[in-house]
Design a protein around this ligand. Structure first.
Ligand code: ADP
Length: 457
């Protein structure tokens, strides 16, 4: 059935829901079009950790930080090929976005900070219920404030009027089609293309292959629909060749492990190959770690000990995951390093030596791989070991937007009536997204897109 709204948002992930709420708050009547039978996209599958400088937890803990420092680390981490003014906007508004999620939307946060590779200080906050802990309150808030969410409705094509202004979208619902018109504007928030094997093979230039042998952490819905629709009407695409591999994932599911948490907790763990040797700085940027892991030519292993697990309360927090992974054979725990090595056919003698060397390095402030942060001594068992492989995680490229979240065409001109935010855009993360910066991006630019979409004529 054809319908008309002021603002039509495409995609009900973190960016789309944030945009819809802000557009509605600015006085527009808003619909969110979502092709799946549920909301959330990649955002609900993520840990929804949000990097934000000078946040409430940093203040409590006396950690010094600044938006400038975060922007510098995002920009340099992304190989300096993002649009710097866009990176600045994310860093300058991330803390306000986190406070909005907490105070206005009702997202509940943990009382600890998360510290992903690429950040010089711990600066990310984490919802108590991770991705669902962010998406569920956003959905409830949106619906509670009059935003309509249309599930099982796929955006197929953007509609322009005779002047070129985007005025709506053709959608399909099963075998029915309809037109959803926008009095003011359309917001693209359909996510990236990590689950589209053809697209990632087409655009990838960095990795040897991204064919179906490489699994993905993404929702099956994340196949680049919005990018293709926008390109068809002349939108400029940028940074499309930059595709992020998440370094360490469950080899069976292709999805990252919660039980790899020491890696982003400030405690740290080590990676070893079959030879029982380390090969990379385990808290380096994701691209560096992925490269290091790929160079081992197969499975690699993450190792930490009971003391680390206890300090993070992992066995309680992730009891189900440990049990499932043990059963699937991708996790093992034993009293000695020799036992965990033997279980996976790793050179045990080397592994013992590797751990000694790592511990000595901590004492002497020298690390074989130049690691300087998230290092704690691990001397006593029991030992935890996980098998890991790389997976396609995030596509940095997408439609080009400006600081108002307006979509730009291939000449650099604003496309009237069309805004975009989130992973569908390509302006912020350069050639490598620094961990916990996506949630900052999608929330900050989702809000900007929503406000401006409501103000458009
Ligand atoms: P972001 O992090 O940018 O918010 P997500 O991956 O979380 O991105 O969300 C994108 C949402 O867009 C998902 O819920 C996905 O199912 C939805 N989506 C993707 N393509 C379409 C489409 N053609 N029509 C409607 N919804 C779509």
């Amino acid at each position: 059935e054809d319908k008309t709204y002021d603002v039509v948002v495409l995609g009900a992930g973190g960016a789309g829901l944030s945009a819809a709420i802000e557009a509605q708050a600015a006085g527009a009547n808003v619909v969110v079009i979502e092709k799946m039978p549920y909301v959330g996209g990649n955002t609900i599958l993520s840990y929804a950790e949000l990097a934000c400088p000078n946040n409430w937890l940093q203040e409590e803990q006396g950690i010094e930080d600044s938006p400038e420092l975060m922007a510098k680390e995002m920009w340099e981490g992304g190989g300096k090929v993002a649009k710097k003014e866009m990176v600045d906007i994310v860093a300058n508004n991330a803390t306000a976005a986190a406070e909005w999620l907490r105070d206005e939307i009702g997202v509940k946060y943990q009382d600890y900070l998360v510290w992903e590779g690429g950040h010089s200080v711990a600066r990310a906050v984490e919802p108590i219920d991770l991705g669902p802990g962010m998406i569920n309150p956003l959905k409830e808030y949106a619906e509670g404030h009059g935003v309509e969410i249309m599930l099982n409705t796929k955006a197929e094509e953007l509609i322009q009027d005779e002047t070129g202004k985007v005025v709506g979208v053709k959608v399909s619902q099963g075998d029915q089609t309809a037109t959803i018109s926008a009095n003011r504007s359309v917001v693209l928030a359909t996510g990236g293309f990590g689950a589209n094997v053809e697209m990632r093979e087409h655009y990838n230039t960095r990795w040897e292959t991204l064919d179906e042998s490489v699994k993905t952490t993404n929702s099956p819905a994340i196949v680049g629909d919005g990018i293709v629709m926008a390109e068809k009407i002349g939108a400029n695409l940028i940074n499309m060749e930059h595709i992020q591999l998440y370094p360490f994932n469950n080899p069976i599911t292709g999805v990252f492990y919660g039980i790899e948490a020491p890696s982003w907790s400030g405690e740290g763990l080590i990676y070893v190959n079959k030879d029982g040797k380390r090969f990379v700085n385990e808290v380096a940027m994701r691209d560096v770690r992925a490269e290091g892991i790929l160079a081992q030519g197969g499975l690699v292993y993450a190792i930490y000990n009971q003391e680390v697990a206890d300090r993070l309360n992992l066995e309680e927090k992730f009891a189900d995951e440990y049990a499932r992974c043990l059963e699937d054979g991708v996790f093992f725990k034993a009293d000695t390093l020799e036992e965990v090595a033997e279980h996976y056919g790793i050179n045990a003698e080397n592994l013992v030596e590797t751990m000694d060397k790592y511990n000595e390095g901590i004492e002497n402030n020298t690390d074989e791989f130049g690691r300087t942060t998230s290092m704690v001594t691990m001397k006593e068992g029991p030992w935890f070991i996980l098998e890991g492989v790389v997976s396609v995680h995030h596509t940095m490229g997408g439609v080009e937007i400006n600081e108002n979240a307006e979509v730009l065409d291939t000449e650099g001109s604003v496309m009237p009536g069309l805004f975009a935010a989130g992973e569908v855009t390509g302006s912020v993360h350069g050639n490598n997204r620094v961990g916990t910066c996506a949630i900052a991006d999608i929330t900050v630019f989702g809000r900007i897109a929503g406000r401006n979409a409501a103000a458009a004529e």
